[in-house]
Design a protein around this ligand. Structure first.
Ligand code: ATP
Length: 358
């Protein structure tokens, strides 16, 4: 659906050139929920806005539904923007118009629909986003979550093929965030609508995205299926974003890792499995077969979109031979093993991690 090739964006700031996007290459497929995550200033907004040409790239191409939209003239851009809806962090509603009037506004702008058609479409959209009780209220009378529902309904008014979400849940509390994310997922599944969202929160990516691209200093540093990227992050930025989401206590890990460096045969391991299996019987079997000491430091069972997974952080103490045996048995049990001693160091030094797979 979208092909981004060698996309670059430079800004001129006080006579100095700032490179906001560098050599971006991405493919976004029809019907997927694609997330772009990065720290503040990484280039997320610039990239998202390049997808509907609100931001004109300096170099490179954006091909949308087979057409290079960077070549579009003003009238082509106007009709393109009806095929691409956009949802904003601060909702951008018209305060003097009611919920129904806000949703009707983009329909009026096209001049394509009769009053009856518009009224029917607005009613459908109000139903879709669950605002039946609020149609005649003004934005000031709504909660943040309700305002964002209006923003979503308005973005969907002209039957777009693509929905862009610019930090759509960043201004909302965690519970409302989950409700809005569920609504977006529901819309993606019901309407088969492609969604591209930007966020700085891994939780958002984990809840609804199929694939993710991690952006740092204007470059895509990692991209892939969310389960893979979340469970096996490669780049230091991805690792730190994932660690924050898992509430990993990096200073505790650092302490333990340093202890590991002193005591030669101590490993800090992250054990991961995907699916409904559990680590427990495997760990007790391994403990029975070796004299290595295994201490569980942290454990989690959770979901990435629809995929259940489990992760344990353990410390293994023992002789080299016994630790080798543990690693081998974990490998045979089909458990992914990452050695975190390096992760802690790399997250501190901001260099890519050296994880090991067994
Ligand atoms: N209109 C502009 N003029 C000059 N520089 C800009 C402009 N817009 C963005 N930038 C710069 O481009 C870089 C990327 O900014 P961008 O807003 O895309 O990042 P972001 O990841 O969306 O950040 P945030 O999460 O803080 O919004 C930053 O260095 C920013 O200062």
């Amino acid at each position: 659906m979208i092909e981004i090739a060698q996309l670059e964006k430079d800004y001129l700031v006080q006579g100095r050139q700032v490179s906001a996007l560098r050599n971006i290459n991405l493919h976004i497929a029809q019907g997927e929920v694609f997330g772009i995550i990065g720290r503040s200033g990484a280039g997320k907004s610039t990239l998202l806005r390049a997808l509907n040409l609100l931001e004109r790239p300096t170099r490179g191409k954006v091909v949308f539904e087979g057409e290079d939209i960077t070549q579009f003239d003003a009238s082509q851009l106007q009709s393109l923007r009806q095929r691409i809806g956009m949802v904003f962090q601060h909702f951008n509603l018209l305060s003097a118009k009611t919920v129904a009037q806000n949703i009707e506004f983009p329909l009026k702008l096209t001049g394509k629909y009769t009053t009856e058609e518009r009224t029917k479409r607005v009613a459908e959209l109000i139903d879709l986003v669950g605002l039946q009780e609020h149609a005649n209220k003004y934005p000031a009378q709504l909660s943040g979550g309700q305002k964002q529902r209006v923003g979503i309904a308005r973005a969907l008014a002209n039957y777009p093929h693509l929905l862009l979400c610019d930090e759509a849940t960043s201004a909302l509390d965690p519970e409302t965030t989950q409700q809005i994310l569920r609504l977006l997922l529901d819309i993606n599944q019901k309407l088969g609508l492609t969604i591209v969202l930007i966020t700085h929160e891994m939780q958002v990516i984990r809840s609804i995205c199929d694939r993710v691209a991690v952006i740092d200093s204007g470059e895509i540093v990692e991209t892939g299926n969310v389960v893979e990227v979340f469970l096996h992050p490669r780049h230091a930025v991805t690792q730190s974003l994932v660690a924050e989401n898992q509430a990993l206590d990096l200073s505790l890990l650092q302490e333990l890792a340093q202890r590991g460096n002193v005591a030669e045969h101590s490993y800090l391991l992250r054990l991961t499995y995907v699916g409904n299996a559990t680590h427990e019987p495997i760990l007790s079997r391994i403990t029975a077969q070796t004299s290595a000491e295994i201490t569980i430091l942290q454990g989690v069972i959770a979901r990435i979109k629809n995929t259940p997974y489990g992760q344990l952080i353990v410390e293994v103490l023992g002789s080299e031979v016994e630790i080798d045996k543990v690693l081998k048995l974990l490998g045979q049990a089909n458990i992914r093993v990452d050695v975190l001693n390096h992760l802690v160091q790399s997250s501190i030094n901001s260099t890519p991690d050296q994880t090991q797979e067994n």
